[in-house]
Design a protein around this ligand. Sequence first.
Ligand SMILES: Cc1cc2nc3c(=O)[nH]c(=O)nc-3n(C[C@H](O)[C@H](O)[C@H](O)COP(=O)(O)O)c2cc1C
Length: 205
Amino acid sequence: MEKLSETQIPIHDLIRRRWSPRAFSEQPVEPDKLRSVLEAARWAPSSRNEQPWAYLVATKDNAEGYQALAGVLMDSNRAWAGNSPVLILTIAHTRLEKDGQPNRHALHDLGQATANLIFQATSLGLATHQMGGFHADAARERFGIPEGWEPVSVIALGYPGNAELLPESLRERESAQRRRKPLGEFVFSGTWGHPASILDSTETK
Ligand SMILES: Cc1cc2nc3c(=O)[nH]c(=O)nc-3n(C[C@H](O)[C@H](O)[C@H](O)COP(=O)(O)O)c2cc1C
């Protein structure tokens, strides 16, 4: 199923095609493709080149590891994400390597690396769905995540599946319209809240 972004202005096809489905195929993800999406994360920019990210990957062919990660998801997410062949826990290093002081860009940089991962996945025909709905403390304990590192999200990754096979409530959400704020609500110039003049010639306000 496709759910192309209805953009106000033309954008790159990869960005247009990405969305967050709940239907995943059982088809395993080839290890080469999985390595490729992780390599894409590796090449993200980061403040001071700290690369303050880590990814804990669980694939369905390792039932124990997969169940451990699926087990920290909130029930409402596990209901569908438990069908994806790959789950990835994303973790931010919130302290600087050099002196252990707080890294205030850690979440930003993890997000950028994760965006790289997601668009690489999209380019390979893979679907992704990120989740904040998981038990971070349980994840920390179960996977031995050290002090100074924060579990942030879990990504479900796999080939797109058949939405018809989802339970009815999820099927409805799968086909719901995608919503975005207009550009004029968050692109400012001059002072806060003043829509940027660059938007004047578009239907973006
Ligand atoms: C950090 C983060 C946490 C999210 N948490 C959840 C979640 O717990 N459960 C869920 O179903 N979707 C979750 N989402 C998906 C968002 O709801 C989704 O990205 C948003 O509605 C926009 O839809 P789109 O990705 O299809 O464009 C999360 C997305 C992000 C980036």
